[in-house]
Ligand binder design. Structure first.
Ligand code: ADP
Ligand code: MG
Length: 611
């Protein structure tokens, strides 16, 4: 069997993606490999196909329990005998699995790193030759990485103990040069072939928007994506509660996740999401580690995260099946204030020395600035992300909100000058200064308790810009800060000041303009319509079939077929099982198991179209 024929037979894919074949060839030849490929690039295939070609068994080390279970279910669905051994199994279940493993019944066994020292593994090693060891999430071996796991250091001992050294493959989505070197050194990879395909997730569409009403925007966004699965990340638990409740009130199938919920509820909500019982998850950043749901169609950030590392990781949970997916960030100045508040809290941390506090705070502030820049800059969003991670990237990706936007020149002189005049007045009359939010509240005439208690509503600038919306003023202020007409003081409570340049501009009454984005929403819609679009009703029908089959087999729906597969079936409309096999993602075993059900549904649909 060649790798290509196995790819077709088991996975139902027609060709390899970049890098896959190189790794497979090297591992099948008994050599080592290091693969740094982004999430969704298809790393699993790179060790699963060699596992089918090599004698004996392949051991896969993986740290994520939920992910192991899904992978093994997927393999079994494809007709590849596999098992996993981790702490979610009872002692008895482990024993049974080991027994079967010793009988040589599995091609692939997933094992948690903590289990490597287990004696029963020694028995296995004596019975069945291990020809390949695949280390998933290999960056966990390095202390430089974010998810260092001491148990990964045991992998090396484990390899040494084996009677014959297997081929070793290390796989990760995130590894800087330093971490890559650590992986090679700590796993003792022997002249590994290196496939490093970069960070770009081409199927993700990025956009940043600043709607005046985030909740309304979100509801509308989701209403337009009926039947899709998505994650909405919020900055605080309270926002999670509010947004989730609002969605549920609209009858949308949403659930929630944050650290304030008890473990049982977190667990069951997560399951409801993974199994598509409630395909919308509203969560804080506590959600996501170890979740491997491949059919997430969008990740919407209700609030801006603290840095681009967090953003890319969270947004990256969309589109792991390789399907087009949307990553939208809803930006507002309050988000910046919230993050600054968190940074200020560093100074309350008793366990840090003063010097550490300063250093940490400066570091986080720099990261936050990069994050804010991403939100306000007019440059290609993908390019900004990739360059932040040290990759070179051209000017435009053509697949983000900035590349798709057109710009117009907006004259903001009038509002800008009024605002600057108000700031000047504050500087003259209130020597302690005011923060941006307070200034905006005052000039728009917001009569809050704080303003009343500080008697700011007595000021002549109170309500002076009543006709402008706070959002508009916030964006004007941000422009003025960027242009250097206003400045923000350092420190815990930053205040806003007019700079000399701003004063000159005001006095000379010079024009102030900025580039403003003109929405061109049809650009993407046009692009989408250019391929033969599947009939939505048919896709829905196929989805129902998938859900039924999934429930019967007790696996998440995406393990039966990805959304990409369903769409391809809807486009091709197979009339028999052999035509069914032509569809993307349909391998031989799945065709045999599910062909009749799906072909039946397609036929029914075609009949109903005729009627
Ligand atoms: P990773 O582990 O790199 O995040 P996975 O191995 O989970 O990615 O693969 C992501 C998705 O891409 C899976 O749905 C898989 O079936 C699909 N895929 C992988 N290789 C190919 C290929 N050559 N052609 C089409 N789809 C592929
Ligand atoms: Mg993977």
């Amino acid at each position: 069997m060649t790798p290509e024929s196995l790819l077709r037979q088991y996975y139902g894919h027609s060709s390899f993606r970049p890098g896959q074949k190189t790794i497979i060839d090297k591992l099948v030849g008994g050599g080592d490999a290091l693969a740094v490929m982004p999430t969704g690039a298809g790393k699993s295939l790179c060790y699963q196909i060699p596992a089918l070609m090599l004698p004996g068994v392949t051991i896969v080390i993986s740290p994520l329990i939920s992910l192991m279970k899904d992978q093994v279910s997927s393999l079994i669905q494809m007709g590849i005998p596999a098992a996993y051994i981790n702490s979610s199994l009872t002692a008895r279940q482990v024993q049974t699995a080991m027994q079967r493993a010793c009988e040589g019944r599995y091609r692939i066994i997933y094992i948690a790193p903590e289990r490597l020292e287990n004696e029963s593994l020694d028995t296995l090693v004596r019975h069945v030759p291990i020809s390949l060891l695949a280390v998933d999430e290999a960056h966990c071996v390095s202390q430089w990485g974010q998810d260092f796991r001491p148990s990964y250091l045991k992998i090396r001992e484990f390899i040494k103990k084996l009677p014959v050294r297997p081929a070793v493959g290390a796989f990760t989505a995130t590894a800087t040069g330093l971490v890559q070197e650590d992986i090679v050194k700590l796993l003792e990879l022997d002249q590994p072939c290196r496939v490093i395909t970069g960070f770009d997730r081409v199927n993700l569409y990025f956009d940043v928007v600043s709607p005046s009403d985030k909740l309304a925007y979100t509801l509308n966004f989701i209403q337009r994506r009926k039947n899709q699965s998505g994650i909405i990340y919020c900055g605080t638990r309270k926002t999670v509660e509010n947004v989730c409740q609002a969605l549920q009130q609209q009858g949308l199938p949403a659930t929630r996740y944050h650290a304030g919920l008890d473990e049982a509820e977190r667990h069951s909500n997560q399951d409801d999401f993974v199994f598509d019982r409630t395909p919308i998850m509203v969560a804080t950043n506590a959600f996501g580690m170890g979740i491997d749901k491949s059919n997430v169609n969008y990740v919407l950030h209700y609030n801006m995260p603290k840095d681009l590392e967090s953003y890319y990781q969270e947004a990256g949970r969309a589109g792991r099946d390789g399907e087009k997916a949307d990553c939208i960030l809803l930006f507002s100045q309050q988000d910046v204030a919230l993050q600054k508040f968190f940074i200020a809290k560093i100074y309350e941390n008793q366990t840090l020395s003063d010097e550490e506090k300063e250093r940490l705070s400066a570091l986080e502030t720099r990261r936050l600035e990069a994050m804010v820049n991403y939100c306000v800059s007019e440059d290609c969003l993908r390019g900004q992300i990739l360059r932040y991670f040290g990759e070179e990237y051209g000017d435009r990706c053509g697949n983000c909100g900035r590349c798709n936007a057109t710009y117009r020149q907006e004259d903001i002189t009038k509002l800008a000058h009024s605002f600057m005049a108000c700031v000047a007045h504050i500087e003259r009359n209130m020597p302690y200064g005011l923060g941006l939010m307070s200034i905006i509240s005052i000039v728009t005439g917001k009569n809050s308790a704080e303003i009343q208690s500080r008697r700011l509503n007595d000021s002549i600038i109170f309500g002076a810009m009543r006709s402008a919306s706070p959002e508009k003023l916030r964006s004007i202020a941000e422009t003025l800060l960027n242009k250097g007409y206003l400045a923000r003081s350092e420190g815990r409570y930053p205040t806003i000041h007019l700079t000399d340049e701003g004063r000159r501009n005001l006095v000379s009454n010079s024009r102030i303009t900025r580039r403003a984005i003109e929405k061109k929403p049809s650009a993407r819609a046009r692009k989408r319509a250019s391929y033969s679009a599947p009939n939505e009703r048919l896709v829905q029908k196929l989805r129902d079939v998938r859900l039924q089959l999934a429930q019967k087999a007790h696996v998440p729906a995406f393990i039966i077929f990805s959304d990409a597969a369903l769409k391809d079936i809807a486009v091709r409309r197979p009339m028999d099982v052999s035509e069914f096999l032509e569809c993307t993602g349909v391998g031989e075993r799945k065709a045999a198991l599910y062909g009749r059900a799906f072909v039946g549904a397609v036929r029914e649909f075609i009949e109903s179209e005729k009627a």
